[in-house]
Design a protein around this ligand. Sequence first.
Ligand SMILES: [Fe+2]
Ligand SMILES: [Fe+2]
Length: 281
Amino acid sequence: MRLGFFGDVVGRAGRAAVAEHLPRVRAQLQLDFVIVNGENAAGGFGITPATAADLFDAGADCITLGNHSWDQSEALTYIDREPRLLRPYNYPKTLQIPGRGSQLFTTPAGQRVFVVQIHGAAFMESLDDPVQGAAMALEEAPLRQVADAIVIEMHAEATAEKYVMGHFCDGRATAVIGAHTHVPTADAQILPGGTAYMSDAGMCGDYDSVIGMKKAPIVQRAATRLPTERKSPAEGEATLCGVYVESDDRTGLAIRIEPIRVGGRLRRTMPSLDASSDASS
Ligand SMILES: [Fe+2]
Ligand SMILES: [Fe+2]
């Protein structure tokens, strides 16, 4: 199976890059299933039905959220009627949190893809334990028995915590991909047990910014320690940023992972389907 995961879409510029590039990238890479993180899609903060529609229309099969899930209050009700939208899985079970943190999808070809979003613990709002959350999610839809592919988004600030999640799931998930830090990492690899891993897929946003937000007021605030205008998304040309994962249909494990970066300021990189070797070569 060929899977695409694209990191946090930031504001109008991010949505424009997804609309411009994702349909072609999806076709070129013959992607069977596409996940897009949309937690910053609406003005940098949260998601609305209209901004989600932009991402679905461009080719997202599943949209994930994160620590910004509820920044737009519409999302609290929208998520209950949109099964393709996921929030973090590891909210405390005693709370009445709308929506779901995992979902089993079926592609048009009949392949079953299980997507889970886990929220990190370090330097973020504290939810339930991320590793226990992943263990519970993996029991819901074990690879090969229930799911043909499993993608876990590790939505976390700390890189070490992302690696812990990668190794914990190694051999039991097709891919563990990080999001939330908005900068792509250069560590895409297949872990020893067969799980594709990348610490952060990077954002779909304008990289002439501070992680997607207009740089001037943030720099000014740092320099003066005085309040400045409210944060808002940078408006320059955005880069579509994500990762390509190919799985072995017999095992459900990964055989290839490569970064994708198209448009905007970052140097372009696209997997070539002619190459038979994996990403690490
Ligand atoms: Fe984000
Ligand atoms: Fe986030």
